[in-house]
Design a protein around this ligand. Structure first.
Ligand code: NAP
Length: 239
């Protein structure tokens, strides 16, 4: 889709990749960016095109209010996510539920609330789900989180088929390790949030159904296209 002139909404815009996505969209010429955050006062001010929106993606009343406030959205970016759970063998049920609630249910409920607005977009609309390489194959130390990101990918594919006729594209983003609060304990080379966001916006502009926005995701993405089994082995061997 054409980013110039688009009206975007980014969830989880208070920090990390979401905050960088707001900046990248403005840089690419978006007309308006609704920066949605649990605490809207955390949204970076300074550009008149940014509209802060209060949105906890696990709270139905806030989702409904955000959809009313941002009824002119043409580009929805579901970025909000948590990594509360860890290994399948050690995580608690509550930790697994927390990840599922935001990464899967939150993404779905926000998407459904914004569908009427996206359907109204005269030139077509786009939904972007910020997933993870762990959507394609699990990172075993984070098996719980990986399962929620795999579920979110399945949802992305089902939705893509169901809204195609409404001229809504559904794109998936598969970042590798990115230097944000979420990955602070991960001892791996990490890409910057700013560079990742720029690549995500470029992928949206090209209408890529699978966006691999950093070096590690590009490499594993290329491998996944040839041999998903090799990606499973590669992810299992990372320590
Ligand atoms: N960093 C990585 O290595 C990496 C790799 C692959 C994929 N990802 C994905 O990229 C996305 C962004 O992650 P990040 O790295 O930027 O993490 P982050 O720095 O921890 O930021 C997470 C963002 O999500 C928001 N959020 C969490 N739960 C929410 C909820 N229920 N409602 C609304 N907002 C909520 C947070 O808001 P608060 O400030 O209010 O907490 C924050 O803005 C996530 O979907 C994550 O799974 C990250």
């Amino acid at each position: 889709m054409k980013i110039e002139g688009s009206i975007a909404l980014v969830t989880g815009a208070s920090r990390g990749i979401g905050k960088a996505l707001v900046a990248a969209l403005l840089e690419a010429g978006a007309k308006k960016v609704y920066a949605a955050a649990r605490d809207a006062s955390q949204v970076a001010a300074g550009d008149a095109r940014v509209v802060p929106v209060t949105l906890d993606t696990t709270k139905p009343e806030q989702i409904a209010a955000a959809a009313r406030q941002a009824a002119d959205v043409t580009l929805l970016i579901n970025n909000a996510g948590v990594q509360t759970s860890s290994s399948l063998l050690t995580m608690s049920a509550a930790e697994f539920d927390a990840d599922f609630r935001t990464n899967v249910r939150g993404t779905l409920e926000v998407t459904k609330a914004f569908l009427p607005a996206l359907e109204r977009a005269a030139a077509g609309a786009t939904i972007v789900n910020v997933l993870s390489l762990t959507s394609l194959a699990p990172f075993p130390p984070l098996g719980g989180y990986s399962a929620t990101k795999a579920a979110a990918y399945s949802m992305t594919q089902a939705l893509r088929a169901q809204v195609k006729a409404k001229r809504i594209e559904v794109l998936a983003v598969f970042p590798g390790p990115i230097d944000t609060d979420m990955a602070k304990d991960l001892q791996l080379p990490k890409a910057s949030a700013a560079g990742t966001a720029t690549q995500i916006v470029a992928g949206i502009a090209r209408g890529e159904e699978e966006i691999f926005p950093d070096v590690m995701s590009e490499q594993l993405g290329a491998l996944w296209k040839k041999s998903p089994k090799d990606v499973e082995r590669a992810m299992a061997s990372v320590s």
